[in-house]
Design a protein around this ligand. Structure first.
Ligand code: 8OZ
Length: 366
């Protein structure tokens, strides 16, 4: 039986175990939207994860939606990320970068020249974001024209190249949680006509073209994707037929031979089987159609993770919040040791507190 603690090769990345650190927004980027010395230490402490997926990182200045999130579109950002990947590699870890564009989940005060956020639509969601002035309603977006999409695709390609230049082992395209790419996928948001709107195949097109472009640039065996078919995170309704939509997404991605698919099951950070869902989502049916590694995520316990890998339901399990409060989560899971409590008020922004000061088991021994 396969164990959560067994090694695995994902694409061309060899991992020492199947425990993944999920991407986690922490809003601690320093001047220039760079990961600073504290971030180097934070990721270094967590390098025993089989794979670290670094926090969502904007591909362009227009891709930012919250204060103090890092980017990967300037040379200074590439240089700063290199310090992070060097530290993780020195500890024997592996690390990919999550490439992010928030689309309409943004505020003009965060964007170049006070620009309007861009999306598949010009309709504003009810969502809020965090700016210098605290929690505010997101700004009304501008619908991207079709002739702007090649430039957007190229921003993803360039960001992927920058990630490799910064020493990452690969990239994960963030197509989850109702940010830009999911704003194209879902018919609850995408109200376009033309090649990127209407049919399921058209709505899936932008993601497929980005995955193709990134795969050509850095290799499909270093490229993954994150999806969240059932989440309503960011105040966004589900698609009218999630099963059909995400089946098509997988049909379009499978021929590319990408390294992995990272699936958020249910509501991001909430119920794995949302009670308001009229039809339960069949993740296993999707998995059967996908040839790469399958990472499952969202609220897994130690027992649930061990069982999911042993039964073959998933190849790897990603943990989010447990990795924030337990730098040595892999060891704690292996030894069935107790976990530290999460300081929930220290998640977003601030300094070392609630970031790099969670103790390891060794530090806790009397
Ligand atoms: C929490 C706060 C801000 C951003 C996501 C990148 O949900 C995020 C995020 C989460 O994917």
């Amino acid at each position: 039986m396969t164990s959560l603690f067994d090694p695995i090769t994902v694409g061309n990345i060899s991992l020492s175990n199947r425990i993944v650190m999920a991407p986690l927004t922490r809003n601690r980027a320093i001047e220039g939207l760079l990961p600073g010395p504290l971030s180097v230490e934070y990721y270094r402490q967590r390098a025993s994860a089989g794979l670290i997926i670094a926090e969502a990182t904007q591909i362009s200045a227009m891709g930012q939606g919250y204060i103090d999130t890092p980017g990967i579109h300037t040379q200074a950002q590439v240089t700063a990320w290199r310090k992070v990947t060097d530290a993780v590699h020195a500890e024997g870890g592996r690390m990919v970068l999550q490439l992010w564009h928030v689309g309409r989940i943004s505020h003009s005060s965060l964007l170049p020249g006070g620009a309007a956020p861009v999306s598949s639509t010009s309709r504003r969601p009810n969502a809020k974001t965090f700016t210098r002035d605290g929690f505010v309603d997101v700004s009304a977006p501008r619908a991207l024209r079709d002739d702007e999409l090649p430039g957007l695709i190229d921003d993803y390609r360039q960001a992927a190249r920058h990630a490799i230049d910064a020493g990452f082992d690969g990239v994960e395209i963030h197509a989850a949680n109702n940010y830009l790419l999911e704003q194209f996928l879902r018919d609850s948001v995408n109200d376009r006509s033309g090649p990127y709107g209407g049919s399921i195949a058209n709505r899936a097109r932008l993601l497929a073209e980005i995955m193709q472009s990134v795969s050509t640039e850095i290799g499909a065996n270093r490229t993954g994707v994150r999806l969240s078919p059932m989440t309503t995170f960011n105040d966004t309704p589900r698609d009218s037929n999630p099963q059909a939509l995400y089946t098509e997404v997988i049909e379009q991605l499978t021929p590319l031979g990408i390294a992995y698919l990272h699936m958020i099951e249910g509501e991001t950070g909430g119920a794995r089987e949302p009670e308001d869902a009229t039809v339960p989502f069949d993740y296993a049916a999707l998995r059967k159609r996908f040839s790469g590694a399958w990472i499952a995520n969202n609220g897994y316990t130690r027992d649930g993770a061990i069982e999911a890998v042993a039964s073959g339901k998933a190849d790897l399990i990603a943990f989010g919040r447990p990795f924030i409060s337990n730098p040595d989560l892999v060891r704690r899971l292996r030894e069935n040791a107790p976990l530290n409590d999460l300081q929930a008020d220290k998640l977003y922004g601030g300094g070392a507190e609630g970031y790099t000061d969670y103790p390891t088991l060794d530090a806790q021994k009397p």
